[in-house]
Design a protein around this ligand. Structure first.
Ligand code: IPD
Ligand code: CA
Length: 265
């Protein structure tokens, strides 16, 4: 089995429990707890409660590992493993009652920064649809029992692409310029509101590609492994062309150079 499998299995178990908590809290009504980087960047009580659950379980089962979570920050561990967690990715969807949000959990080795880490296990779980996407390095990406394969190349009509927009209104003009540069490659564009699920959908062939500026490490840690294990490529504006807040791009290998070049501008 190996370490990556063991950590994948643990992440699946924790993501299911965490997702169920998020789902139940959603049915009880959502309270906005605070705003963060911008007025549009919200955190709900559920985000905090779900991250606390995930952190508690990891501390019990893997006490030596590090942790990097959207809501509670970073803690270095004694082992080489760090858990990178977004308790609810797609918080605005969650707050509005749109069933497109996910618990995202990745185990990475090496320095806990996206440019230096290597993801080895990943889970993206949407509790509203009960869809669970998972991967272990070297063993493919899966939706439940079904193995995922990215679309090798877009149709002659162009690529079905997804993107996202930053919370800070000052970034919107640049985001729209990027969309304009990329549109000649596209048959159409989706903005579904949860980056981890955008990556998962690329892995599953539901999208031909995805690009976004402004992602945080927990937005792409798990999703990027899903895409590469499904035969796709992930890159962007980080050192050495890694996915980063400057730019993240994910798609099949035949589209990658064109999409990256257009998105970079
Ligand atoms: C956000 C979502 C959204 C993306 C933003 C992310 P959050 O994550 O993934 O789709 O466009 O860049 O910050 O704040 O809902 O966890
Ligand atoms: Ca989040």
């Amino acid at each position: 089995m190996g370490l990556a499998h063991d950590l994948e299995a643990l992440a699946i178990d924790i993501a299911r429990e965490a997702g169920e908590l998020a789902r139940v809290r959603r049915t009880e009504g959502v309270a906005i707890a605070a705003t963060k980087s911008a007025l549009a960047d919200i955190v709900t009580e559920a985000d905090r409660e779900v991250e606390a659950l995930i952190r508690r379980r990891l501390r019990t089962e893997r006490p030596d590992d590090g942790f990097l979570g959207e809501e509670t920050g970073a803690e270095r561990g004694l082992s080489d493993i760090t858990w990178v967690v977004d308790p609810i990715d797609g918080t605005v969807n969650y707050a509005y009652g749109i069933p497109q949000y996910a618990v995202s959990i990745a185990a990475v080795t090496g320095e806990p920064t996206p440019e230096q880490w290597e993801a080895i296990s990943a889970v993206v779980f949407n509790p509203a649809s009960a869809e669970l996407f998972h991967a272990a390095r070297g063993d493919g990406a899966w939706r439940g029992e079904q193995r995922l394969v990215v679309n090798a190349e877009p149709s002659p009509a162009g690529a079905l692409l997804a993107t996202g927009f930053g919370y800070d209104p000052a970034t919107h003009a640049g985001d729209l310029e990027r969309v304009a540069r990329v549109m000649p490659l596209a048959r159409d564009l989706r903005r579904a509101g949860a980056a981890s699920l955008d990556f998962a959908f690329v892995a599953a062939g539901r999208l031909d590609g995805y690009f976004e500026r402004g992602l945080q490490p927990w937005d792409h840690a798990a999703g990027a492994l899903l895409v590469t294990e499904a035969g796709g490529m992930v890159g962007g504006g980080g050192l050495g062309g890694t996915a980063s807040s400057a730019l993240s791009v994910a798609c099949g290998p035949l589209l990658f150079d064109r999409l990256l070049t257009a998105a970079l501008g």
